[in-house]
Design a protein around this ligand. Structure first.
Ligand code: FAD
Length: 390
């Protein structure tokens, strides 16, 4: 297959790092970068943190302040921002302006779209965040549907702005699908401490009464319908890709939030990771497969993400299942603590660190290495995690 034209669809972080890496690795051919948003790619995590802070507290006033440093003109990349891909046939992507873009390799990096409930607003773009900042700095009452990562961060910003917050969570505690009860209950305490009214086991079907504004934060799903029927997808719409990030259609790859990649590390299951680190690292493995041929690099990271909520830095690395044993380091009621998970062979599978970055850094290395741990020593929060390796 000739390789003269690469088309990257999706002007977010994964798309940007793909374009950058293509040039860094010396690809001399044509690179076209298509993105629905009007702006050059920018960093999304500040949208629920610094951008919302407003009123002089770390204010971000322009989307350009969040942009990734990259000179598109100097790198000879054709940017088509403000244009959406709407159709695919082998070798050609059609956009909403009616233009047909031919390619030799296609990279789909279209991220995900917030799940809508038919009421309220959602948070994904810079414009969404600026609008939300106006709502929460007006000193009004805001309802948040969903006590997940974004719900917690927006609740933090709203309370800091002195706004009344009611959070409606369908399950019995925050992040019930991710963490065991003890962890979720400790997190529920953070809401109470901040004066946010967390209502659990409270599924809502319409705008909560009494709120001036409602934010719906119940997750996001990839919208890949424009690609048509030829592609294998997971139930959530994400594109199923191999460990080389190639879809079932030869020459078409996917990376970032939109992709569910086959993880050799996790038993060959397809995993979709909706976090910043995945959008950063995926392109590094993707580009060798595009330029040198499929098989040149395997993508198999230990997933990592962070969240900043209620004055705490929350970091998680790895992947645990309900079969893993949870070992607590410290007191869940204290300002800082960690939780480790050990598999039935006492291998460290995951670490959740709250205000304990050292545990996270060491845990990341140990999880990657598949270190076998002494559970009693893991529980000793005064000793380094590395001291618990058997
Ligand atoms: C508010 C917020 C806070 C976050 N905070 C954190 C955090 O603290 N820690 C963390 O680890 N992660 C965080 N994340 C997640 C992280 O930002 C994402 O994982 C990352 O942005 C994914 O990058 P991506 O390039 O795959 O997708 P995106 O960033 O979603 O970019 C995809 C782009 O493709 C465009 N697009 C979609 N469809 C089309 C189409 N058909 N044609 C053309 N363009 C299209 C979209 O408009 C978008 O600009 C946060 C996300 C949000 C929304």
């Amino acid at each position: 297959m000739k390789l003269e034209r690469v088309l990257v669809v999706g002007g977010g972080m994964a798309g940007l790092h793909t374009v950058r890496s293509l040039r860094e690795k010396g690809f001399p051919g044509a690179v076209t970068f298509l993105g629905e948003e009007q702006h050059a790619p920018y960093d999304r995590p500040p949208l629920s943190k610094a951008v919302l802070a407003g009123n002089g507290r770390g204010t971000v006033e322009k989307v350009e302040e969040l942009a990734f440093a990259f000179d598109f003109a100097d790198s000879g990349v054709e940017c088509r921002f403000g244009e959406r891909a709407v159709g695919w046939t082998p070798g050609v992507v059609t956009t909403d302006t009616g233009v047909e873009l031919p390619y030799d390799r296609l990279i789909v990096a279209t991220g995900s779209t917030p799940i809508q409930l038919g009421f309220g607003e959602t948070l994904r773009t810079y414009e969404d965040s600026v609008r939300l900042r106006e709502r929460i700095t007006g000193g009004r009452r805001i309802a948040i549907v969903g006590a997940g990562w974004i719900g917690a961060e927006v609740a933090t910003a709203a309370r800091n702005a002195g706004t009344e917050v009611v959070i409606h969570e369908a399950r019995s505690r925050p992040l019930a699908l991710v963490f065991p009860a003890a962890v979720g209950e400790a997190m529920a305490g953070w809401y109470a401490e901040a004066g946010a009214d967390l209502k659990c086991s409270d599924p809502v079907t319409g705008p909560p009464p009494g709120a001036d504004h409602t934010l719906v934060a119940v997750g996001a799903r990839p919208d890949t319908r424009w690609l048509g029927e030829a592609f294998h997808r997971a139930k959530d719409g994400s594109l199923l890709v191999s460990e080389h990030l190639e879809t079932n259609v030869p020459g078409v790859f996917a990376v970032g939030d939109v992709a569910a990649y086959r993880s050799v590390r996790y038993g060959g299951r397809h995993i979709r990771v909706e976090h910043w680190d995945n959008a950063l690292r995926g392109p590094q493995a993707l580009v060798p497969n595009v330029l040198e041929g499929v098989g040149a690099a395997v993508y198999d990271p230990v997933p990592y993400f962070w969240s900043e909520q209620f004055g705490r830095m929350v970091q998680y690395v790895g992947h645990h299942t309900s079969a893993d044993r949870m070992v607590l380091r410290g007191d869940l009621a204290a300002p800082t603590w960690s939780v480790c998970w050990l598999d039935p062979h006492a291998r460290l599978t995951a670490v959740l660190a709250v205000g304990r970055p050292r545990d996270l850094a060491q845990g990341r290395r140990l999880v990657t290495a598949g270190a076998v741990m002494d559970a009693a020593r893991v529980a000793d929060a005064a000793a380094a995690l590395t001291a618990a390796v058997l």
